[in-house]
Design a protein around this ligand. Sequence first.
Ligand SMILES: Nc1ncnc2c1ncn2[C@@H]1O[C@H](COP(=O)(O)OP(=O)(O)OP(=O)(O)O)[C@@H](O)[C@H]1O
Ligand SMILES: Cc1ncc(CO)c(N)n1
Length: 289
Amino acid sequence: MTPTPPTVLVFAANDPSGGAGLMADILTLASLGCHALPIVTAMTVQDTAGVQSFQAVDSEFVDEQARFILEDIKIDAIKVGMVGSVENLAVIAEIASDYPDIPLILEPVFSMGRGEELSDEDLYSAMRELLLPHSFLVTCNSDDARKLGTDDPDEQEDLPLDAAAQRMLQCGCEYVLIAGTHEKTPKVVNTLYSAMGRVRSDKWERLPGSFHGAGATLASAMAGALANGADIATAMQEAQEYTFQAISNAYRPGMGQMIPDRMFWARPPAEEVPVSEIEIDGDEPKSVQ
Ligand SMILES: Nc1ncnc2c1ncn2[C@@H]1O[C@H](COP(=O)(O)OP(=O)(O)OP(=O)(O)O)[C@@H](O)[C@H]1O
Ligand SMILES: Cc1ncc(CO)c(N)n1
């Protein structure tokens, strides 16, 4: 029998574009040799350009999905993406406190809907109070880091990222990884913090375009590397390399953002696609594989 791969319990929502959320997590984890166990927290209506609306799954049902499988399978890491409701967030925090030995990787997801009851402010404060204390690692972009760092809107705009990270760490998580994609720097700078300060900081070439689910790719790759037994600094190196590869190979199936190719290693290199014959369709020559 094949040995069971490292297991990662994933709390996230469905994105019908297949680019972000649960699907991004599963593809990333599978690519890194892990077995993902998906707990659906919400369903969204979205395309590659953005979210139209969403519906959260009932929190009791989220609780049941997770606890049932936790009784059966030994879990190596928990990854949390979109939670869908403050009730779901509370349920996940309760589960995390019942399983303190499983490292929890939190990728906070906000701004998911128009006209929904769930405000970002409610989510920011619930995350600070309930989920950060149980998180081993929080990975987020710099905008969200500033908002999680302080609830004072006047302070948010100019809050240095080092300070934002320390405020998040004071809430009880062990590490914070801030992605610098949205900063006006020539290169993308990603920095990992602990309560002792900066652990490592890496610069990456800034690729043109914007990528749907890049944050999920980075966070799930961190979860996968940690579930595989990597230490935090090595996990960050591996996760960034994987994310950069996925983004470098992104495709654009719709009219919005590009989708990182988490399965880049499974595709034949473009120049090696055999063009076996040319078919004449009207006046247009078309290659046939
Ligand atoms: N244009 C880019 N060039 C190079 N690397 C990028 C680029 N965009 C994203 N990345 C990589 O992906 C990581 C995560 O991206 P980002 O911070 O944009 O996620 P996000 O804002 O949470 O996005 P999403 O909501 O689509 O998941 C970055 O830290 C970086 O390593
Ligand atoms: C379901 C879902 N989760 C997370 C994100 C953020 O990328 C998204 N767009 N959709």
